[in-house]
Design a protein around this ligand. Structure first.
Ligand SMILES: C=C(C(=O)O)c1ccccc1
Length: 375
């Protein structure tokens, strides 16, 4: 029977176990450069089978929060190289999450103070994190976006291509994860609540998924299919994401992904960080049908599940074959040695919410390891 601690090869990436660290925004990258403690933070958690970095912007336009990292400047890539070197020295594997926020941004974060971009000029009922005059972080309403002209889309696709190439060849990542979830740009094109376009990128399911597949094809071309994963969140309401009929939409998406030979598909089940049974369609979302659609279309990538898992539920997911890996977010914030704690059924540290976003070493690299005390 397969357990969480069994190795698995995901695409071209051999992993020592089936416990992944989910992307976690920590707002500790001033100037979009990974901060001074980032290498320590990620290498402390290198016993995870796979580390997925915090969401990382592919361009200045793709930046939506203060002090999040990027992959579009030499200093940013050099900062990430320190992280990947430290993780590899600790025997870990790490991919970075390619992020364009679309409308989840603020004019103060955009090039020349311009409007954020989106499929349509529909303001998200959401907030983002910016730095005030006093340098203190605060959550504020997202700005009204402008609708992308169709002529601008190839340039954004090129930004994904360049960031993926730089991530693998310059920053030393083992691969990349396309952020297709949580109401950001890729998800904004997919969902009818944020995409009212009347051109070839809007209207039908096929048209709304076009942008996602163009991003995937560009990233695969530069990083390789075996080093490319994607994160999806079919029913999340995060960042005002909405679509009344997610089942056919996401079954279309996974059928198309099946043809592209990706390393993995990473699913946020339910509301991100909230109820696992949250729903947007008439009927409860059928996760088994989604996976069956992927496999029946020839999809061989690993199936990674996430959102609200504990050890018992994760063990059931992997032993039953429902999932190949389970990704844990907040548990990894406070438990750098989560794998060892799961292996020995040891209690978990509680996270300090006050230091989740922004700050320095406190609440970032100072959580105790199980070996720090007689266990
Ligand atoms: C990148 C994020 C996501 O995917 O939800 C994020 C951004 C800000 C705070 C929490 C999470």
């Amino acid at each position: 029977m397969t357990t969480l601690f069994d190795p698995i090869t995901v695409g071209a990436i051999p992993l020592s176990n089936r416990i992944a660290m989910a992307p976690l925004t920590r707002n500790r990258s001033p100037g979009a450069v990974p901060g001074p403690f980032a290498a320590e933070y990620y290498s402390q958690r290198a016993t995870a089978g796979l580390l997925i970095t915090e969401a990382t912007a592919i361009s200045h336009q793709g930046q939506g929060y203060a002090d999040v990292p990027g992959l579009y400047g030499a200093d940013q890539l050099a900062g990430w190289r320190k992280v990947t070197d430290a993780v590899h020295a600790a025997g870990g594997k790490i991919v970075t999450q390619l992020w364009h926020v679309g409308r989840i941004s603020h004019v103060s974060l955009q090039p020349d103070g311009g409007q954020p971009v989106a499929p349509s000029a529909i303001t998200a009922k959401s907030k983002t994190y910016i730095l005030g005059e006093d340098g203190k972080g605060a959550f504020v309403e997202t700005s009204e976006p402008r609708a992308l002209d169709v002529s601008e889309i190839p340039g954004i696709i090129e930004d994904y291509r360049k960031a993926a190439k730089a991530a693998v060849s310059e920053a030393g990542f083992d691969g990349v994860e396309i952020h297709g979830a949580n109401g950001y740009l890729v998800d904004q094109f997919l969902r009818s609540g944020s995409n009212r376009r009347t051109d070839e990128y809007g209207g039908s399911i096929e048209n709304r998924a076009r942008f996602l597949f163009e991003v995937v094809d560009a990233v695969v071309e530069s990083a390789g299919a075996g080093r490319t994963g994607i994160r999806l969140s079919p029913v999340t309401p995060a960042n005002d994401a909405s679509d009344p009929d997610p089942q056919p939409l996401f079954e279309h998406v996974v059928r198309g992904l099946a043809k592209r030979g990706l390393a993995y598909i990473h699913l946020v089940e339910g509301a991100t960080g909230g109820a696992r049974d949250f729903n947007q369609g008439e009927a409860p979302f059928d996760w088994a049908a989604l996976k069956a659609a992927y496999r029946e279309a020839g999809g061989k990538g690993a199936w990674i599940v996430n959102n609200g898992y504990d050890k018992a539920l994760a063990e059931e997911a992997v032993s039953s074959g429902r999932a190949d890996l389970v990704a844990f977010g907040r548990p990894f914030i406070a438990n750098p040695d989560l794998v060892e704690r799961f292996r020995r059924d040891l209690p978990l540290n509680e996270g300090d919410r006050a230091t989740f976003y922004g700050g320095g070493a406190k609440g970032y690299i100072d959580y105790p390891f199980v070996t720090d005390k007689a266990a």
